[in-house]
Design a protein around this ligand. Structure first.
Ligand code: GLN
Length: 486
């Protein structure tokens, strides 16, 4: 049988091939593993691949008969616990840590018959926007290997864009699914807070983060969301879905009202991004939608509020890495020096920066001035969105103000790195869903269109996304991989 061409292969199509008996899950996994071996050394999208393990899981699916999505491969961000499989969170402090249990989302993937190809690279503890903060070295963008893939789920984005997995899971605390999806020409969904279990996800900022799909198409995104979303007794904040996720069909947008927060677009947006955004607004009206001016006056304070709240939660969450319970230990003459030596050696500079900011913001003298104040701003941002959604079905914004930046460009300037999340993190502060879809190229690099909705409107976002996807007509395969022979 001819080798399977997996470049540009959607998960939906892979499932159809398996069900029709046109290939086995073992052959499919084998085709991805071959590509991983050939191309991942340059890209470094994966932190852990175990071909024997993957092929055995694929054979088990073949033997049980491939139904639904059974036998389709997937890649998991290395922030998700995987039973018996190393889980590092991109940090030295978790080197050698092997979880005893699967994260709920991984367990749901297993129950659907998905076959893990491996664990993907990320910024340490998901803190970053470029994957350069991984303790294991950066990932490169398959569209241009001199550039970052975005972050923190940069590995999950790069492997899908390069045809080293049909789809993947990422996590999003302030943009970490949507921004790398935009930088790598993919679809990414930040689900409504509380619809996907966080059990077994290495915690960064619990009140902000959710796991979500990173895929080649909007339909794949819906399919993967069907797998991972749902209530869990192991995550008290997880209420599950209000209605089942529906597979979207592209169509017109007659009668749809899209809010555009013009004031947010005035500064700091690259002209090429703005051009692509305006072109998609025009497409929306051609499809029958109406554009409505909306105001989100507090959204611009999202960046400041996020960089108090997220580090505050991180400083508490990361206190568990003490050299006793997980991974790395650096011995010292007494307990306190062991803690210090372990944490000094185990955490990278960005993580230390966040722990210091968070500890400071929560300290007795500054708690009200910083943490409480940031929570107040968070409430105001949520109210801005609530007010806007009284008059519109969804809000449109670019996903990020730039395309993928050159590697190293922002490493010495944390504020410039943080600023890349300006359009994504208000969504996390409000706990609402947003879908990023490819919005065409700017000087050869992908850009993203972000569609933001009220809580529990995933089906609406996916339907709008499918309409834009068809109208925009983006090819998610990077030019160097086209023609099959890369
Ligand atoms: N870039 C943001 C940060 O560094 C968001 C990260 C994320 O979503 N995990 O906090």
């Amino acid at each position: 049988m001819a080798a399977i061409d997996v470049i540009g292969l959607t998960a939906e199509r892979a499932a159809a091939l398996l069900r029709a008996g046109e290939c086995s899950s073992e052959e499919l996994a084998g085709a991805y593993l071959e590509r991983i071996e050939a191309f991942d050394p340059a890209l470094h999208g994966y932190l852990h691949v175990d071909p024997e393990h993957t092929l055995a899981a694929a054979r088990a699916q073949d033997q049980s008969g491939n139904v639904g999505l059974a036998g389709v491969p997937i890649a998991y961000k290395d922030l998700l616990s995987t039973k018996g499989v190393p889980t590092t969170a991109g940090s030295k402090i978790l080197e050698g840590f092997i979880p005893l249990e699967d994260a709920d989302v991984v367990a749901r993937g297993n129950a659907a018959g998905l076959v893990s190809l491996g664990k993907t690279n990320l910024d340490e503890f998901a803190m970053g926007s470029s994957t350069e903060h991984s303790a294991y070295g950066p990932t490169r963008n398959p569209w241009d290997q001199t550039r970052v893939p975005g972050g923190s789920s940069g590995g999950s984005a790069a492997v899908v864009a390069a045809g080293l997995a049909p789809w993947s899971l990422g996590t999003d605390t302030g943009g970490s699914i949507r921004q790398p999806a935009a930088f790598c020409g993919l679809v990414g969904l930040m689900p409504t807070y509380g619809t996907v279990s966080r059990f077994g996800v290495v915690a960064f900022a619990c009140s902000l983060e959710q796991v979500g799909p990173m895929t080649l198409t909007v339909r794949d995104c819906a399919l993967l969301q069907q797998v991972i979303a749902g209530g869990s007794e192991r995550d008290a904040t997880c209420v599950g879905l209000r209605e089942p996720i529906v597979l979207p069909e592209p169509g017109r947008l007659d009668g749809v009202r899209f809010g555009v927060p013009w004031a947010e677009l005035e500064d700091g947006v690259d002209p090429g991004i703005r051009e692509r955004f305006d072109a998609s607004l025009k497409l929306a009206t051609e499809l029958g939608a109406e554009l409505v001016d909306v105001e989100l006056p507090y959204a611009r304070h999202g960046l400041a509020a996020y960089y108090v709240i997220a580090p505050a939660e991180a400083s508490a969450n990361l206190s568990r890495f003490d050299g006793v319970r997980y991974g790395l230990r650096v011995d010292g003459p007494d307990l306190r020096s062991m803690y210090e030596a372990t944490r000094s050696a185990g955490f990278g500079p960005e993580v230390k920066r966040r722990i210091m900011i968070g500890t400071y913001a929560l300290s007795a003298g500054y708690h009200d001035a910083y943490y409480v104040q940031a929570q107040r701003v968070r409430t105001l941002i949520r109210r801005d969105f609530d007010a806007a959604f009284l008059g519109v079905d969804a809000i449109l914004l670019p996903t990020a103000p730039t395309t993928a930046f050159p590697m190293g460009a922002r490493m010495d300037d944390p504020l410039a790195m943080y600023a890349n999340d300006i359009f994504t993190l208000p969504v996390n502060l409000a706990g609402i869903p947003a879908l990023s879809i490819p919005n065409g190229l700017v000087e050869g690099l992908p850009s993203g269109l972000q569609i933001i909705g009220a809580a529990h409107t995933e089906n609406t976002l996916l339907r709008f996304g499918a309409a834009f996807e068809q109208a925009i007509g983006f090819d998610p395969v990077p030019p160097a991989l086209r023609g099959g022979a890369a």
